[in-house]
Design a binder for this molecule. Structure first.
Ligand code: NAD
Length: 319
């Protein structure tokens, strides 16, 4: 009855982006078809520490588990730690035996990149010639990897960040170009992944035909896009409860700049064929807050691969 413990490097060895995209796509479809269980995320707001912790349980396609994860934007500068770290507990739904406890930091970054690339695949007008990155941090890496997994190495990478250093390092890694926020926002596909609490991407910068992945807003009060982008665009959210509380739409809904009726669908509904995708839209926007079903789907893939390859450390919590 041992539990498999898996470190970040174990997870890295076991999880390919291709497998992640397939698992996350299936999880969104299950969510859209109403086959998944996913109570709302629970937030522990740690205002005094300038951060928060979240519990994210889910069940989908025979896999159950919970992620315990945070957002502490000051971590890199103050403590030399990533701003997002997580642990995953994967449980056997039949007995509740903990099958695996694994690092979920990489898991979070991978599933986030995968979701955005799935949204790009289903909502973009065509394969992008340019992909813009507004914010060149941790998520930008997996956003790029996932877009390359979907489209191949066929697009130019435009890198913009308030930190010139961050943009330069990412551009070198990505074989891309450092550009202004305006130029990155004018790409065919725009990936915004900053912790901003005021719009960074302006309406005038986003061109017709573009698809925008709004990744950064995942807590109340966060916002990266000028609301006019949402009003002029077709907005696809990941989940009603989460997006309206903490996604890109949360601030403009509160100020009245966006109405609920202007939100088109969830990504799962589009994947399940219940709602149209791009057809007829000028701009499409995917508002991602990060779903627990994405995590459990990947944790299952990692656990299966660990068993197959005999990787990880066995530990008996109940001995
Ligand atoms: P990070 O700290 O590694 O990177 C963020 C980058 O954004 C940094 O390079 C920073 O310089 C840059 N930045 C900050 N403010 C900016 C601004 N106003 N304009 C341009 N660039 C700016 O963080 P990360 O791990 O990449 O996460 C980024 C955001 O994504 C966070 O808000 C995080 O909470 C969120 N996130 C969302 C999901 C999801 O599923 N939607 C998942 C993980 C993280």
């Amino acid at each position: 009855h041992a539990t498999i413990l898996l470190s970040r490097s174990d997870v890295q060895k076991l999880l390919s982006m291709e497998a992640a995209i397939a698992a996350v796509e299936a999880a969104f479809t299950a969510h859209g078809e109403g086959r998944a269980l996913m109570p709302p995320k629970v937030y522990l707001e740690l205002d005094a520490y300038h951060g928060d912790l979240r519990a994210m349980p889910a069940y989908v396609d025979g896999a159950a588990g919970v992620k315990w994860v945070n957002s502490h934007p000051e971590n890199p500068a103050r403590f030399d730690l990533p701003s997002v770290m997580g642990m995953y507990i994967l449980s056997d739904p039949a007995t509740a035996l903990p099958l695996a406890v694994m690092d979920a930091t990489l898991l979070t970054a991978v599933r986030t990149g995968a979701a955005a690339a799935i949204a790009s695949k289903h909502l973009s007008a065509r394969a992008p010639r340019t992909v813009g990155f507004v914010g060149c941090g941790v998520q930008a890496r997996t956003l790029l990897e996932a877009h390359r997994a979907v489209y191949g190495d066929t697009f130019e990478v435009l890198c913009a960040d308030v930190s010139e250093h961050a943009a330069r390092v990412f551009a070198e890694e990505a074989r891309g170009r450092v550009v202004s926020l305006e130029e990155a926002s004018g790409a065919d596909v725009v990936n915004a992944s900053t912790p901003a609490r005021a719009p960074v991407v302006k309406r005038a910068w986003v061109k017709d035909g573009a698809h925008v992945n709004a990744i950064g807003a995942d807590a109340h009060g966060k916002q990266e896009l000028e609301p006019a982008i949402l009003v002029d665009g077709r907005v696809v959210i990941d989940d009603w409860e989460q997006a309206t509380h903490s996604g890109e739409v949360n601030v403009p809904l509160e100020t009245g700049e966006l109405r609920r009726e202007q939100i088109h669908a969830t990504l799962g509904e589009v994947l399940a064929g219940k709602r149209p995708g791009r057809e007829g839209a000028r701009i499409t926007v995917f508002d991602s807050t990060g779903l627990a079903v994405q995590d459990v789907a990947l944790a299952r893939v990692v656990h299966a691969a660990a068993r197959e390859q005999g990787l990880g450390t066995s530990f008996d919590f109940f001995r």
